[in-house]
Write a protein that binds this ligand. Structure first.
Ligand SMILES: O=C(CO)[C@H](O)COP(=O)(O)O
Length: 154
């Protein structure tokens, strides 16, 4: 599994902790770090939410972990990229359902909301979940995809 990570300056320290964890996980074949690299880099969160989502959409990554202050801004940004589903999930159950119910490729965290140990525990669990395309949830997710396709910008 190839995992893209990114954060703004509010999320960089948590992003780096998650990135280092991912590098030790045998299920992860590649970690793509889009930055920021330092809290001094004040580029805004949409740059990173969109860039990471593009990696998923174009097939360069399978999953993403994004961090900002709340996790909300990077999630909103990532969800603007067609085909990408991203959500904040600060608890185990939401993280599980984000994959099993919603087929989300991206999980986001707020570094001002969640501590590193809980975030890393959730990421470790989240890597183990897969979406079942034969499940009753599949038609619900397909409804979203159909909307995107009908309303795609030409
Ligand atoms: O949390 C953020 C966006 O959701 C970001 O890290 C900070 O954004 P701001 O509150 O607009 O500065």
């Amino acid at each position: 599994m190839r995992v893209v990570v990114a954060a703004d300056n509010a999320g960089v320290l948590l992003k780096n902790e998650v990135r280092d964890l991912l590098k030790t996980d045998e299920r992860v074949t590649e970690v793509i770090d889009l930055g920021v690299d330092s809290p001094d880099d004040d580029r805004a969160y949409p740059i990173f939410g969109l860039a990471a989502a593009e990696k998923i959409a174009n097939g360069e990554a399978d999953r993403g972990v994004l961090v900002c202050g709340t996790g909300i801004g990077v999630a909103i940004s990532a969800n603007k990229v067609p085909g990408v589903r991203a959500t904040v999930a600060h608890d185990s159950y939401s993280a599980e359902r984000s994959v099993k119910s919603n087929n989300c490729q991206i999980i986001t965290f707020g570094a001002r909301v969640i501590g590193p140990e809980l975030a890393k525990k959730i990421v470790t669990e989240w890597l183990g979940y897969t979406f079942d395309p034969g499940s009753p949830s599949a038609a619900k997710v397909a409804h979203i995809t159909e909307y995107e396709q009908v309303h795609a910008a030409s």
